[in-house]
Ligand binder design. Sequence first.
Ligand code: RB5
Length: 143
Amino acid sequence: MIIAIASDHGGFALKNTVKDHLMERGMKIVDLGTYSDASVDYPVYGRACGEAVASGEADLGVVVCGTGIGISIAANKVKGVRCGLCTSVEMARLTKQHNNANVLALGGRTTTPDLAVEIVDAWLDTEFEGGRHQRRVDMLDEM
Ligand code: RB5
C-alpha cells in the first residue's frame, strides 16, 4: 500500500513519527513535505496530499498540522478526498467504518506520538462498513 504523508511545521515532528511507524508496517511512503520545522503554509501541504490520493498516486493519505484542523480543511477541498480529523482511537475506527476516510488528519500539538500511532493503526486496520454508509459517502463524493 502507498501512503502519502504531508505536514506543515506544526506537524513536522509527528509526521516523522507516523512515517517511521508506517514504514515499519511495510507501507510505501510518498513524503510530500514539509522537510523541516521552518514555518510554512498548511494549505499547500493539505492540498498536495489530497491530490496525491485523489489522483491515485497514493492509496491513502495522512496530513498533520498543529491541530490537524487547517490541513484537514485543505485536504477536503480536493474532490474525492474524505479527510477525517481524529483525536481518539474510536474516532479513527468510526471515520473508516462510516466515512471511509481516505485521508487521516492528526494534530502535532494536540495528540501525543503514542496516541497518534494507535490512531493510525486503528484507521488502517478498520474496514468500511458499506451499506447505508455507502449512500452517504456517495453523496459526499458528488459535492
Ligand atoms: C501553524 O501555526 C498552525 O496554525 C497550523 O499548524 C494549524 O494548527 C492550523 O490549523
